[in-house]
Design a binder for this molecule. Structure first.
Ligand SMILES: [Zn+2]
Ligand SMILES: [Zn+2]
Ligand SMILES: [Zn+2]
Ligand SMILES: [Zn+2]
Length: 273
């Protein structure tokens, strides 16, 4: 069944909090049935506990328009969440602190110029190369890597005095890619360590440098300091580099990082996020 904006029924299928269709689970309903909340608003008030499984089972048979008006896609219940993270018309808040307070929205796939003009120095092409001292100097930082004119957000977070480094790479469209982290010593060129992990589709509520740093208190950010129960999982999208172990393997203090995008090694079946 198609849900279209001309259908009168559609207002009853909207979330009372964000006014989008109730098409991302869990759908929660107040005791009196007047307030309905979608999965996008999971972390926002009001606090509801009744899961509306009857509605969810009907909703899962419907097709919905995309949240972005310019987009002509019709989406099944199961496609909505992934599509919203990768829709070519999607606007996201710029992930950099300087822009957060000003609520600057951008289309990451098409507005790379925003990064270039507002955040000079974060852009790199094809691959990012940086040495351990460079990482220690910045401690926690983001870079935008472009490969074949597609942007990738790289988040690097060094813990303590840099004995542990977390690196994550995120994209804004659904092409499956892996990222490769190559660690090598400037002197011992024969030795290197390589990590390969799938690139994760960027979700501004889950991937946030300032959440990693424990500085962020945005309500919708799953790993912000407001939510102590999620802190344990906040690094699950990141690769951990243990600096001491790596130095022992490389037999050198001189450690270089090369982060690049490579074809995917494992084919993940369609439809999984
Ligand atoms: Zn909502
Ligand atoms: Zn769309
Ligand atoms: Zn910005
Ligand atoms: Zn955050």
């Amino acid at each position: 069944m198609e849900i279209s904006s001309s259908l009168n029924l559609h207002n009853n299928l909207k979330c009372s909090v964000c006014d989008n269709y109730l098409n991302i689970p869990p759908v929660l309903t107040s005791e009196d049935g007047k307030v309905n909340k979608c999965g996008r608003c999971n972390l926002k008030g009001p606090y509801l506990t009744n899961r509306n499984s009857l509605y969810e089972s009907i909703g899962s048979k419907l097709n919905f328009p995309c949240i972005n008006e310019q987009c002509k896609e019709r989406l099944s219940w199961f496609e909505v969440e992934r599509h919203e993270k990768s829709c070519p018309h999607r606007k996201i808040p710029c992930p950099f602190w300087a822009c957060r307070d000003k609520d600057i929205q951008m289309n990451a796939l098409n507005d790379i110029s925003h990064f270039q003009t507002e955040h000079p120095g974060i852009m790199c092409n094809d691959k990012l190369t940086i040495d351990l001292n460079g990482i220690k100097r910045h401690n926690s930082f983001m870079k935008v890597l472009t490969v074949d004119s597609l942007p990738y957000l790289i988040i690097v977070h060094a813990v303590g005095t840099g004995e542990r480094i977390w690196i994550g790479v995120f994209n804004f469209d659904t092409t499956r890619k892996d990222y490769q982290i190559k660690l090598y010593s400037g002197k011992q060129l024969r030795k290197c360590i390589i990590y390969k992990e799938p690139v994760t589709l960027y979700d501004e509520n889950e991937q946030c440098l300032y959440c990693l740093q424990n500085l962020c208190s945005i309500e919708t950010h799953k790993y912000s300091k407001n939510y102590s129960e999620t802190q344990k999982e906040k690094f699950k999208f990141y690769t951990k580099v243990d600096v001491l172990c790596t130095k022992n393997v490389l037999l050198s203090e001189d450690m270089h990082f090369e982060i690049s995008i490579v074809p995917p090694e494992v084919q993940v079946p369609n439809g999984t996020a």
